[in-house]
Design a protein around this ligand. Structure first.
Ligand SMILES: C=CC1=C(C)c2cc3[nH]c(cc4nc(cc5[nH]c(cc1n2)c(C)c5CCC(=O)O)C(CCC(=O)O)=C4C)c(C)c3C=C
Ligand SMILES: [Fe+2]
Ligand SMILES: [Fe+2]
Length: 371
């Protein structure tokens, strides 16, 4: 077990929220992709094939072919700030911090990635060093899946194993049907429709809600993910006043040879195109931030599939990202799970720190010390 950082009596108990997302490569190049995919696809929560067989397939085939191909895809979405998933994640931290500040709460917010950087262990270490004694884990996956949510929890538990003085932990399992999440999604769609016009459902326009897939076997083995995606879609459709014929639920990003949850997004886009659908709007409610799977797979490849098959207008509706709606939603959900924890103690402390920093700045700029 590791030695603890020095403890001072009278240290105020501080609270933090850690947002966890899947993770992304450090750079859009083959070595970075090999590192990232190697870590990601070695997780037994992600690929449930007997270890020895999978080790051979992963190391002898997949990690020799996929990194180069994936790196080329990442290059098409890379920004000056790096990977969209990470850049948006940092802004989501700021949005949640602003939400807490508006409530006069001094709760620290950090972003961690399940695979790659910043790692869950490095973020938890930092909080431990700084004496945060209560940590709320908020996975950026609204729908629970063992491959994502439970795997993020594993990373926290793995970090805690050699720690002597473990902080009090709370874990948010899911918020797929939380009114704040459903409202944010529906309002986000309404706002986009105010800009680009509402689809003409009477002539057969469709709102397609595409979720990341998982192997079908996980559903048969009791993973609630499939159910939770359908519940999210139904609640969003209800809030938008849609009828069943106006929207579809599909699953994207198939990986490997096994059967995944269906219907598949790419096949659906193709058949809707072939049917001569005049307009399709696509949203990805299972992703809190735009990333490779939405920007490249849906907005680029999906658009091409639909229009090449004979479809008309294709509108990709961005994820909630760091919108004001997203900030309000995260604040509401985190706020509920923080109940009973001393969230305002840190506020006084951080307000005092801010005050002394601005006093120091003023002195630096030539102001006279008053007392
Ligand atoms: C939103 C929920 C997600 C689920 C559920 C999920 C399951 C899952 N994913 C893979 C394999 C890959 N996913 C990849 C990228 C990726 N996946 C998610 C989210 C979920 N995955 C996100 C947010 C991202 C994008 C990351 C980014 O950097 O932008 C990739 C890597 C890209 C590639 O090479 O195609 C793989 C591989 C499996 C096997 C799985 C469930 C078992
Ligand atoms: Fe994935
Ligand atoms: Fe993909």
């Amino acid at each position: 077990m590791r030695k603890e950082p020095p403890f001072k009596h009278g240290t105020p108990q501080k609270t933090a929220v850690v947002l966890i997302n899947l993770g992304t490569p450090d750079n859009p190049d083959t070595p970075s992709l090999r590192r990232y995919l190697g870590q990601f696809l070695s997780d037994p929560r992600v690929v449930e094939i007997p270890r020895l067989i999978w080790w051979l397939i992963l190391n002898l085939i997949i990690l020799r072919i996929r990194p180069k191909k994936s790196a080329a895809k990442y290059r098409t979405i890379w920004t000056e700030e790096g990977s969209p998933l990470l850049a948006i994640g940092k802004r989501q931290v700021a949005a949640l911090e602003a939400g807490f500040k508006a409530r006069r709460w001094g709760v620290r917010v950090e972003l961690a990635m399940r695979y790659g950087n910043p790692s869950v262990a490095s973020v938890m270490d930092k909080l431990r060093q700084e004496a945060y004694d209560r940590v709320l884990i908020l996975p950026l996956y609204p729908q629970y899946a063992a491959a994502t949510t439970a795997s993020s929890f594993d990373a926290v538990f793995d970090w805690a194993k050699p720690v002597r003085n473990v902080p009090e932990l709370r874990l948010i399992k899911h918020y797929h049907d939380h009114p704040a999440y459903i409202h944010a999604l529906a309002e986000h769609v309404r706002r986009q429709w105010r800009k680009i016009g509402t689809p003409d459902f009477a002539r057969g326009d469709i709102l397609l809600m595409s979720f990341h897939g998982v192997p079908e076997k996980t559903l048969l083995d009791g993973d609630p993910y499939h159910c939770e995606c359908h519940k999210t879609a139904r609640l969003v459709a209800e809030e938008l006043g849609l009828e069943k014929a106006h929207y579809r639920v599909t699953f994207q990003s198939r990986f490997g040879k096994a059967k995944w949850l269906g219907p598949y997004t790419d096949k659906t886009l193709q058949s809707l195109g072939q049917l001569g659908t005049k307009r399709i709007d696509v949203m990805c409610p299972g992703f809190m931030a735009d990333c490779l799977e939405t920007l490249e797979e849906i907005n680029d490849e999906g658009r091409e599939t639909f229009q090449h098959a004979g479809g008309g207008e294709f509108n990709y509706l961005p994820c909630l990202n760091d919108s004001e709606l997203s900030g309000a939603m995260l604040t509401e959900i985190a706020g509920q799970h923080l109940q009973g924890w001393p969230v305002d103690l840190g506020y006084e402390e951080s307000a005092a720190a801010e005050l002394s920093a601005s006093r120091a700045r003023a002195l630096e700029m030539g102001a006279k010390e008053i007392s």
